[in-house]
Design a protein around this ligand. Structure first.
Ligand code: ZN
Length: 247
């Protein structure tokens, strides 16, 4: 089987503006996510793209060569060009997988594909998150035993303004009492979408082996299964003969 071509997209702004974030992710969050994916097996071919590159690193040619895209953004959602959002949406509808991480819930591409507000409740209080597996048989939960914990995370709580997930893989509980649908699957057109909640920029979440495991599982789950190019042809010649009808 040909290697799965994964592009890890990072907004890459917090890392340059906030010393606390730069300390945790000196080479950017996208680099840590990409390195973890590279280490997860020879069946993936991983590269990165960032907001600052021409076309945010997502040219038509590059997207055509991308099987799965991962997306982390936060403070610069508004700087992502609508033209690029449309380009990514088109590829998802054709069959490209999309993994949306943490604050990517408010990204243009996630809202565009889901069609809802994607809003939620939140709190930055440096609290424990326990991530429960809802479906132990799901490929994204492979190797995760019942639940795992992150000692320090931001809280995201319900209501989460998403369409009902087609598959619920994880639910999070927070030290402060809230719960949140933290691992959700959808299909849009021919493409698979997975949202995974953890990943606040001031905490070392993307170094956590279980978080890395989930993302590695998710990109493989989101592998395209064929391509569906958008077309709406007029089929003038029927396959079977159509009998003339009496007026
Ligand atoms: Zn956050």
């Amino acid at each position: 089987m040909k290697p799965l071509r994964v592009v890890v997209w990072g907004e890459n702004v917090h890392e340059h503006k906030h010393p606390t974030v730069a300390k945790v992710y000196p080479n950017g969050m996208h680099t840590v996510i990409a390195d973890a994916l590279k280490a997860s097996g020879d069946d993936v071919e991983v590269s990165t793209a960032t907001l600052q590159e021409p076309d945010h690193g997502l040219t038509t040619e590059r997207l055509a060569q991308t099987d799965v895209l991962t997306w982390w953004g936060h403070m610069a959602h508004g700087e992502v060009k609508d033209e690029i959002v449309s380009r990514v949406q088109k590829r998802v509808l054709e069959g490209m997988g999309l993994i949306v991480l943490h604050s990517g819930h408010y990204s243009k591409i996630f809202k565009r594909l889901l069609g809802t507000t994607c809003s939620l409740t939140w709190r930055e209080a440096d609290e424990r998150e326990r991530i429960w597996v809802c479906n132990p048989g799901h490929p994204i939960a492979a190797g995760i035993d019942t639940c795992f914990e992150l000692d320090r995370e931001e809280m995201y709580g319900e209501p989460f303004g998403i369409p009902a997930p087609e598959e619920q893989v994880f639910i999070s509980w927070f030290e402060g009492g809230e719960v949140f649908r933290s691992g959700c699957c959808w299909r849009r057109g021919n493409g698979k979408i997975f949202y995974f909640r953890p990943g606040h920029e001031t905490f070392p979440t993307y170094y956590h082996p279980m978080v890395q495991r989930v993302i590695a599982n998710a990109v493989r789950w989101a592998r395209p299964e064929g391509v569906w190019i958008d077309a709406c042809p007029n089929i003038k010649e029927p396959r079977e003969e159509i009998q003339p009808k009496e007026v």
